[in-house]
Design a protein around this ligand. Structure first.
Ligand SMILES: Nc1ncnc2c1ncn2[C@@H]1O[C@H](COP(=O)(O)O)[C@@H](OP(=O)(O)O)[C@H]1O
Ligand SMILES: [Mg+2]
Ligand SMILES: [Mg+2]
Ligand SMILES: [Mg+2]
Length: 323
């Protein structure tokens, strides 16, 4: 079936399988116990941690993509491929391939040279690195993110959550523009009477708090839930949270690429806190310097944009001089 499928469907079908293999690599290392944590050197105040699981999952994803699609595809990943794992995945998710006929005309024959694959091998690193006890609630915040951008905009994405309610293979949500968001079979819906807003647990700033206060006063953030990982926060939106608000810098393109495709597929939106679309071309700055705002399909993105004070937006520049 993969021979009949277009490049994009083959790439997503492969990315689903590869994200699940990377989830297996992460589980093996977390089970082993020695995370070999290093600090990549953050912006001064906050550490930017990396574990053996981040490195080995990155290796698994990059080597697997190269094994299936050759060395010429462009991959931009958060980590280096310095930790070996023998786990190389060459399979395809049959569900993705079976939907090949739904692929929109304009995405059927895309040139692989115009594609950038954004890889976050382990999102939610701080949560697992710092947790004294790796409880189910902590582990649930870990996701593997593979985002696919074409000519600078996300057209598909995969969010794999290795630990989910004791399920052996966790759960995987994937999306292709115009085809939809799939893998939601295990997604339960929260109560929407309260507008739950999710935000960072470990990268809080006064600007993050000021934005949340302003939204609360406008009735757009009844409850604030602080959890780790961009992927997990988007999963929480799929489960009924109203929005993910991060009025600060530090979140990167590999955090948002897959998230944007998945949320768009459900009718939601992702922009920076000033409403600007994010650019995912090769060579762009890696930081989402203008912050991140993600909203569910059932709330008005513009209401959230309008309610975040201009002073906070102006304090976050769209571009920075140097990455
Ligand atoms: N100030 C900062 N410095 C480094 N990374 C940051 C950051 N703010 C956000 N991030 C990254 O954005 C992702 C989501 O952050 P948060 O959980 O705080 O909402 C995390 O990805 P990783 O776990 O893949 O590194 C985190 O590292
Ligand atoms: Mg991340
Ligand atoms: Mg990461
Ligand atoms: Mg990181």
């Amino acid at each position: 079936m993969w021979m009949r499928s277009c490049f994009l469907h083959r790439l997503v079908a492969s990315s689903v399988k590869i994200s699940e293999a990377a989830g297996g690599v992460i589980k093996d290392i977390l089970c082993d116990g020695d995370l070999k944590i290093i600090d990549k050197g953050g912006s001064g105040k906050t550490a930017d941690l990396q574990t053996e699981a981040d490195r080995a999952a990155q290796y698994c994803i990059v080597k697997s993509l190269h094994a299936v699609f050759g060395d010429k595809i462009t991959i931009i990943g958060e980590e280096e491929t310095t930790s070996f794992t023998p786990r190389i995945e060459k399979g395809f998710c049959s569900k993705v391939l079976s939907l090949n006929d739904k692929c929109p005309e304009n995405l059927r024959d895309i040139n692989p040279e115009d594609v950038v694959i954004w890889v976050d091998p382990l999102d939610g690193t701080v949560e697992i690195a710092n947790a004294a006890k790796k409880s189910a609630a902590v582990l649930a915040q870990v996701t593997v993110l593979i985002g696919i951008a074409y000519r600078g905009r996300p057209i598909a994405g995969v969010i794999h959550q290795p630990y989910y309610e004791g399920r052996e293979n966790g759960r995987t949500v994937w999306a292709i523009n115009g085809v939809g968001t799939y893998g939601m079979d295990y997604v339960k819906e929260d109560n929407k009477e309260q507008k739950i807003v999710v935000t960072t647990r470990s990268h809080g700033t006064s600007s993050v708090d000021a934005a949340l206060d302003a939204l609360n006063k406008k009735g757009l953030a009844d409850t604030v839930v602080r959890v780790g990982g961009a992927g997990y926060k988007v999963m929480r939106i799929l489960e009924g949270a109203a929005a993910y608000v991060f009025a600060s810098q530090g979140c990167k393109k590999w955090d948002t690429a897959a998230c944007e495709a998945v949320i768009e597929g459900t009718g939601g939106r992702l922009t920076d806190i000033s409403g600007r679309l994010l650019n995912y071309e090769k060579g762009v700055q890696l930081n989402n310097t203008g912050g991140v705002l993600v909203t569910a399909c059932w709330v008005d993105h513009q209401d959230y944009l309008n309610s975040i004070p201009d002073a906070l937006k102006e304090a976050l520049p769209e571009f920075q001089a140097k990455n």
